[in-house]
Design a protein. Structure first.
Length: 407
């Protein structure tokens, strides 16, 4: 009798072990149904999607970037959340945090990346303390239209102290505040740098005064997936950097036909010049060297002067405005510099055909950098417009600050 009772106790213990394991399996089963048909006895576990709510929906396609990524457990608590973004053949974890009550998770950055696949893995417990797991994926919108910014100056350039950071966008920008906030211009040593919009496709940055020599400037473009206009998103996630070299500011006096060249505040030389004639005067104001070419062609038709001139080999050409103002060598009017203004608005220095470092034009060209300032005074023309070339230094600081789209 004792032998029979012992066997009965062992059989009861074995059955209890089987039932306990079956119940655990039922509680963790992805489909909510346990083996051995035991769900009816122990209560059917809910389906994972009933416990863990994920938005956007599993399998979603073309999800817009402003649709929030949210994970919720209305009746239970989250144990673990892992979200991975796959974009451009690279995987990156999406940082986020579980709420204090354990019922929700949200990413640190609410905006989704475009043209990406998101993979969501969640482990949670329901209100009956049963563990549940869910795996979902969705893909975001692949935009048909993108925009980029063309940055001035070039990456790793050494520039003069008058350089203005200028971004020319490939498309008109409707959401200027969003784009402006995605661009960061910083300097070492630190200085306040402020943005100013010129129209809908150009954003410039400058400090209140010229940069200090030796300043390191960094331009961070965090434009990828930033909405520039309806259906148009940024493409770039890139950093540019440049160094400010020595200070050189040249003062052109159109009435005296001279240019004073100062390096770090010290007068290097006074050079004879010819500026715009009374019929075609040179702009007054501060202009910045935008480009430098040993030799270039100048054709009057390209700047609205008809067929008045076409010079195929202008030496030592330094571009000052978008409208066609240059400081350049002049070999065709050798007696004009220092005596009379004869140009169509440019500033001319004495030179020879083909150019020579021994001429005033060659001497100045060899000692100049893109970003140097050339200021014209005592001309009979108006002041150059702030958006004509890098003319932003002609705008008062208060007016410059008013050009920001972020209020």
């Amino acid at each position: 009798m004792r032998h029979v009772q012992g066997r009965a106790r062992r059989a009861g213990a074995a059955l209890a072990a089987v039932l306990t394991w079956a119940a655990l399996l039922a509680g963790c089963s992805p489909g909510g149904s346990g083996p051995f048909g035991l769900d009816g006895a122990f209560g059917k576990a809910p389906a994972p999607q009933d416990v863990i709510h994920v938005s956007p929906d599993d399998g979603g396609k073309g999800v817009r970037p402003d649709q929030p990524l949210r994970i919720r457990v209305p009746h239970g608590r989250l144990e673990k959340v892992r979200v991975v973004r796959s974009q451009d053949a690279q995987d990156a974890p999406v940082p986020g945090r579980i709420s204090a009550d354990g019922r929700s998770w949200r990413p640190d950055d609410d905006r989704l990346a475009l043209a990406a696949q998101y993979t969501v893995d969640v482990v949670a417990r329901d209100s009956d303390d049963r563990r549940s797991a869910r795996h979902t994926t969705f893909t975001t919108l692949v935009p048909a239209q993108r925009f980029i910014a063309y940055v001035t100056p070039e990456n790793r350039a050494v520039v003069g102290t008058g350089m203005i950071v200028s971004l020319a966008f490939s498309r008109e920008i409707a959401d200027r505040a969003a784009v402006e906030q995605a661009v960061r211009v910083s300097a070492r040593p630190p200085v306040e740098i402020r943005p100013h919009w010129f129209g809908k496709d150009r954003l410039d940055f400058r400090p209140e005064q010229y940069w200090k020599p030796g300043t390191q400037v960094t331009v961070d473009l965090n434009l990828r997936d930033v909405p520039g206009a309806p259906g148009v998103y940024g493409l770039q996630d890139k950093t540019f950097a440049f160094t400010v070299g020595r200070s050189q500011v040249s003062l052109v006096d159109a009435a005296k036909h001279t240019m004073e060249v100062r390096r770090d505040g010290r007068l290097l030389a006074t050079v004879p010049i010819t500026s715009g004639s009374p019929e075609n005067p040179t702009y007054n104001g501060k202009m910045v060297v935008m480009d430098m070419q040993d030799i270039t062609r100048m054709n009057s038709r390209t700047v609205g002067f008809g067929g008045e001139y076409d010079i195929p080999d202008v030496p030592h050409a330094m571009k000052l405005t978008n409208s066609g103002t240059y400081l350049h060598g002049n070999y065709w009017s050798p007696d004009a510099p220092g005596h009379v203004n004869v140009s169509h608005g440019c500033v001319g220095l004495r030179d020879v055909r083909g150019g020579s470092s021994g001429t005033p034009a060659g001497w100045f060209f060899d000692r100049s950098l893109i970003g140097d300032v050339v200021e014209v005074v005592h001309s009979i023309d108006t002041t150059v417009a702030p958006d004509n070339g890098l003319g932003g230094w002609n705008m008062a600081w208060e007016e410059w600050n008013a050009g920001s789209a972020v209020k």
